[in-house]
Write a new protein. Sequence first.
Length: 732
Amino acid sequence: MIHRVIASQRRVLRAFHSSSLRSSMANKTFVSKYYELDDHRVIDDFLRRKNLVLKETPTHYIVRDCPFCHSTKGRSDNLFKLYVAKTNGVYLCHRCGSSGSWFSFRQKLGASDVVPAAMGNADPSRYQDDEPKLISVLDNAKAIALQRNLHEDEECKHVLEYLSKRGLKPDVLKKYCVGAIQQPFYDGDNQVQKWCVTFPWMARSSDLELMGVECQSNSSTDANLFNVVRLKVRAIDDKSKQRLVPKGGSWGLFGWNTVPTSSTSIVITEGEFDAMAVYQATGLPSISLPNGCRSLPPAVLPLLERFTTIYLWMDNDVHGQDSLDKFVNKLGVKRTYVVRSQAKDANDALLSEMNLKNAIDNAERKPHAQIATFEQLRQDVLEELMNPLRASGVQSRTLPALNTYMKGFRNGEVTVLTGPTGCGKTTLLSQLSIDWCAQGVSTLWGSFEIKNTRLVHKMLTQMAGQSLSCNLDLFEKTADAFEQLPMYFLRFFGSTDVDEVIDAMEYAVYAYDVQHILLDNIQFMMSGQGRGYDKFERQDSALDKFRKFATAKNVHITLVVHPRKEQDDTDLSLSSVFGTAKATQEADNVLILQRVRGEVKLDVRKNRFDGTLGSIPLKFHAPSNCLVERYATPMNDSLSSIDAEVEMRQMQHSYPIEAPRPDYSTEIISEPSIPLNGSVNGSLNGTTGVNGSLNGIEHDGLNGYHQKVHKVNGHHSDDEEPFSVFTPIITK
């Protein structure tokens, strides 16, 4: 009897692993089999909220009535067939066969209610996960021609010298198929030509299938050969000038073509230069994150399932270290080892002649989430002392004076904003969210008071700097730029259960690596959910949950809380916030937007970061629908960016004091969003040919001769556009 029970449990576990992979592959949001929940009690809470009767074992929750099964007809042998694993939430019903990840389970019982900026307030029924999307893949020969440019063209000699100064050898650059090209970028209203480095994302047909991408036709007929799925193009003198080609293409991994199929371990770095540096110094297979420190798209996770050991080497700065926990959880805590170094990144470690192999050998797993030692905190404290500007966070460009008091936007904090009705709270948060989002801070908006359509209309006007009425061309240009922002919206409106909102927030943090969540406002979200003193208790409970979420997920949550009724001619204070003192006690920052006798000002009444308090006089700028400083504060060049390279570049420029707002439309990177302030270094190694070859095969010049591809965008207009011939592929 005991043997039969043990055998049954083993079958359940095997079924869990296989069903997790199958269902996740079919699902839009992939979840690794190595993924683990921080606390299994979230499963218990969710199941009970859905009124599901369950019983608990040491390893699983077993649900009496599977919500996906047909009627049990009262038969006892049809009950308790749905198993949910405590470690990762993977579920499997032994009656109907329904299975999948914890996120897919929650989506089936209550959709995520999160839409990207590209969809806005569109009908979700029009966007099904299995709806095919036609995208493009680059022509292999043209991508190889870019590599030839780098090594053989005299006009690209300075690009090769730039890479050599970063300590990278030509044979490593060839192995990773790095190329050079001249590309146009907008600098304000003017278009300028920039010399760029190209980083190809390569994948085999089987890899694309794992990522949910189906090729309509390939550049090569051999399924084991690599095709160039996409190119990341980055200017050598301005890292903010970069784009992905083609627009709207598939995700991929730089250096994936260099990883041997027999490898069971891999190094993942934050940027392309870092990956090449690791391979050059150690010979270990190394790849880079496709979007730097800002996100790890779930689409690429299926490619990493075969590795039993992953070394994660993030940059030694605030942004890189802030992303560590999220990425480790996605990849799997038990197989991921964090590499730490005194250098800023792996490329700097190479230039400093540090031993990169030792750094990797000394990598450690992420420590227990609830236990910390001084040894672990020492480096973080040193980082704050040595780089106080980095620790301050992302700076505001629309309200430079806000940086004087709050110092910047930081993860893991809670900000409470209050102010009288109609004073401009939503207007202020809208422009600040766009400001930080344009700098790479992935943002989730929850607007419970006004519909998403009106909110997006306000945002578009703020981006354009003027009214969009009767100006279709400006609307199209602004809307195209807005689509590239990592901005997402909750579909909830009006009274909404707090736990449902938190479920959607958790999904957005996993799927989109959201860093900033705005909820406007608490009273509308909780309207009608309590009376009398019960209303205050419910609000306190919600604030407590949001506080814990911000800390556990390391995200910044901004809450709008209406004030109590006060006299119109007096300033609001901390005690004016509606409810008990819980709101101001839990918050790291408290902002009060005052409006007394027509004068508007923003008061910083609480600042847990360094205690600086003060007031910023504001005025409303009607054409741009923005609140601007009454007495303009010049932007401090040393504070304008957290990234050191951008800081050095911006020291050569000054910010116009009289400008009411920045021109966001010129700073938006082509989709998908790549952070303006994130470092872009790193890559991998494996099994690809050199000397201009892909998959070990020499490619002739384009159209039968060696074409200088870079001349297309600057010199000979009659040459063929390098990215004009695409192979259509379908994403499921």
